[in-house]
Design a protein around this ligand. Structure first.
Ligand SMILES: Cc1cc2nc3c(=O)[nH]c(=O)nc-3n(C[C@H](O)[C@H](O)[C@H](O)COP(=O)(O)OP(=O)(O)OC[C@H]3O[C@@H](n4cnc5c(N)ncnc54)[C@H](O)[C@@H]3O)c2cc1C
Length: 384
């Protein structure tokens, strides 16, 4: 009976961990199962920007709820949250038009934002190139986190609050039997639960691979870099460039977006490699720079390769140097991360026999949207 839970979550990434958190807050007996010794997917390989401003209206609501949840948690445990806001820089007239239009949309949504003049941007963001920036749009409520530290501390906190966490535990099968779900794991570990929530991230081969093979999921590989620590130099919050303005979902809701987008060169390196430029300073003073996007279907994930393409890294750095002059832009670490997203929908959800709930494919919005989305999803599952 010790291995029976009200709710068992498979996958210790940000999506699974926040599902476990909200189930625990509902007073349930909860287990979280993670195949790695600690979380090992996209959740520990990302920027750590919590930016509802980049999401469409639906996900902005989840993102804003996430801000509230992160702030509430930070008042109890240090999740490395820094309330430094988000800035989008426009480098030309088109991007500036999109900033102004997004700021109007956010006024209607009662979400605080402020247009910054070129001079204000240069004053508030030392190192920003004066021949790059034309204007900025600042979102004061948004956060940055150190993703790997955050998720580990959050899981330690859940364990203290009574969630049973099993690391190094690979779930191999889930079957409904007599109104309960039986979960079999490698090493002959077995669990049962009334509800199982599978947040498997980009592992599409272990549980229910046939469902993923027929889905609209796509696997996305992103290249990232981190400089050596900078001395006496600060970049405030999440920094997104004109290329992000041209790419992020929120801007697609701007009246001028379609015409601007149609004019873009589809054969450019920016499009070929899916590059847009973001910066975030880590707590040690280093600056994280990215990223690129390459896509594959679930059954052809290996075709993305296991190496870094140095042509892409050099292109990202060339673009980054047009935007920022860092005191020391030597690169200390390079890596890639992988997430999954749906090509048609905003997230992948599938319920099996009323007791097994698969949810993955949150795409590039997981650090921003998971806390808020999971709360609504747990409410939905438990009220069914
Ligand atoms: C380079 C990069 C930069 C990004 N930057 C940002 C950003 O700044 N802001 C933002 O909002 N989002 C960002 N994202 C997106 C964000 O990281 C993802 O949306 C999010 O981490 C996905 O979380 P997840 O829990 O669904 O998946 P994952 O983090 O991949 O977690 C899934 C977990 O499930 C475990 N697992 C899978 N199958 C099993 C099984 N059968 N048994 C046991 N365990 C299992 C895996 O080991 C893994 O730990 C970025 C992503 C990348 C790759």
């Amino acid at each position: 009976m010790n291995n029976h839970f009200d709710c068992l979550v498979i996958g210790g990434g940000v999506l699974g961990t926040f599902h476990a958190y909200h189930a625990m807050k509902r007073g349930l007996k909860v287990a979280l199962i993670e195949k790695g010794r600690r979380p090992q997917g996209a959740t520990v390989r990302n920027f750590g920007q919590v930016v509802p401003s980049g999401m469409d209206r639906k996900w902005q609501q989840y993102g804003r709820e996430s801000l509230r949840i992160y702030n509430e948690l930070q008042s109890q445990i240090d999740l490395t949250i820094r309330n430094e806001g988000t800035i989008y820089f426009a480098s030309d007239e088109e991007e500036e038009t999109l900033l102004v239009e997004l700021s109007e949309i956010n006024k209607q949504e009662n979400y605080a934002s402020r247009i910054l003049s070129r001079q204000e941007c240069l004053k508030q963001y030392p190192g920003l190139k004066s021949d790059y920036v034309r204007a900025g749009l600042y979102f004061p409520e948004e956060l940055i986190i150190e993703p790997e530290v955050m998720i580990n501390r959050l899981q330690d906190y859940l364990a203290e609050k009574g969630v049973d966490i099993y690391f190094g535990t690979l779930a191999l099968s889930c079957d409904v039997n007599g109104g309960k779900v039986e979960v079999a794991c490698a090493g002959n570990k077995n669990f049962t639960a009334n509800k199982v929530i599978i947040c498997n991230g980009s592992d599409l081969d272990t549980l229910f691979p046939e469902i993923f093979a027929q889905s609209d999921l796509e696997v996305v590989k992103l290249q990232m870099m981190q400089t050596v620590p900078q001395r006496n130099f600060n970049i405030k919050g999440a920094v997104l460039s004109g290329l992000s303005v041209r790419r992020y979902e929120s801007f697609r809701e701007c009246p001028s977006y379609r015409l601007i987008n149609e004019k873009e060169d589809v054969d450019s390196q920016v499009k070929k490699w899916g590059v847009h430029i973001l910066f975030k300073q880590a707590l040690d003073g280093s600056v994280i720079i990215g990223d690129s996007h390459h896509y594959a279907t679930p059954t052809k994930q290996d075709e993305l390769g296991f190496d870094l393409d140095m042509d892409i890294d050099e292109f990202i750095m060339k673009e980054a140097r047009r935007i920022y002059e860092l005191p020391d832009d030597r690169i200390k670490y390079r890596w890639y991360g992988v997430y999954v997203q749906c090509s048609q929908k905003d997230i992948f959800q599938k319920t099996i026999d009323q007791h097994i709930h698969i949810v993955t494919g949150i795409g590039g919005k997981g650090m921003t949207g998971s806390a808020g989305f999971s709360k609504a999803h747990i409410d939905h599952i438990l009220n069914q």
